[in-house]
Design a protein around this ligand. Sequence first.
Ligand code: SAM
Length: 363
Amino acid sequence: MAMALAEIFCMNAGHGNASYANNSRLQMLVLLKTRPFLEASIKDMFRNSDSNGALLRCLKVADLGCSSGPTAFMVISEIIKSIYGICQQQHHKLPEVQTFLNDLPANDFNAIFASVPAFCEGLKRELGADCHISGVPGSFYDRLFPSNTLQFIHSSYSLHWLSKVPENLENNKRNINMGRTSPPNVFRAYAEQFKKDFSKFLGLRSQEMMPWGRMLLTFQGRRLADASKDTYYMWEIMKDALLDLVAEGLVKEADVDSFNLPHYVACEGEVREIVEEEGSFAIDKLESFEIILVAPEDDEKQTRSVNTHTKSTRAVLESLLANHFGDAIMDSLFRSFAENMAEYLQLVRKPKAASIVISLTKK
Ligand SMILES: C[S@@+](CC[C@H](N)C(=O)[O-])C[C@H]1O[C@@H](n2cnc3c(N)ncnc32)[C@H](O)[C@@H]1O
């Protein structure tokens, strides 16, 4: 599938019922879970602050793959609260903070910008914080900032998206990612693409960061080293939904065969190996965690859980799916996805989302 991912990929825009802004509960839970890592990382960064005057005057931070929902503002507010808390404890003058929000160009930056003034006023009232926010459209697999400028980089639930679909997936028939029935070369191709992309990301960020800069990255992960035994259940459910539409004659099987998601769930071991091999950053912490998504105990809760899963999946994937399969089948596809999701929740009562969090210091 020839696709310029950076031009078409975006979370559903705006604040409506189908928007990412209204359907990012999982990502919000992930941010809450990683809050202690964020605080620890910022605290550590300030440990050497006496010798780093710049840190105390104007701190430059970036959130990469910010999207356009409340999570983007939650990240900034958590970072600023941590910085101000530490400065107050250590009796430092409060620094100004310049925050860069990055995402792909198709992201709904307008929705973010419309909320910026009220958000900054709120921070000023609550904390006396001077916060300046700018948008940086572009791929984090390219250079985004001048050399040697940033002190802190944050990215949550974005780096599992690859720069492109790996090459040579022609034999990944009736699958849309690394699936249970994918041949071994498909797993290798995805792992290689992730390694290439993540190494490049680390190299680029190290050029943009100041020597003692910190980076906190969280992304979807898998528990088992053997990817073929730990395929991502959401993509299996989406693949089944697409094959249902093939059976109904609404989608061509060849179109499913030629569609592959540029998404990879890494395991802890390979992330460690890539960081060590690339060599620009030292690992302060690397951990995996799981979030239990809503556990459906009764029918009403199950219906709600299926709806939540379906809407949040649609908010993330619709741009990619519609680009390949066309807008016309989206409602049928997500109806079928919801049915398959309901069956899955009957089998797996407490589906979990596995994640990896890594805290790094620039060498
Ligand atoms: C699931 S959203 C997560 C957004 C936000 N960080 C959060 O926690 O809610 C993933 C975001 O990563 C962005 N993204 C994916 N690949 C990217 C790239 N190469 N460069 C910049 N942003 C990217 C997507 O556009 C999307 O907004």
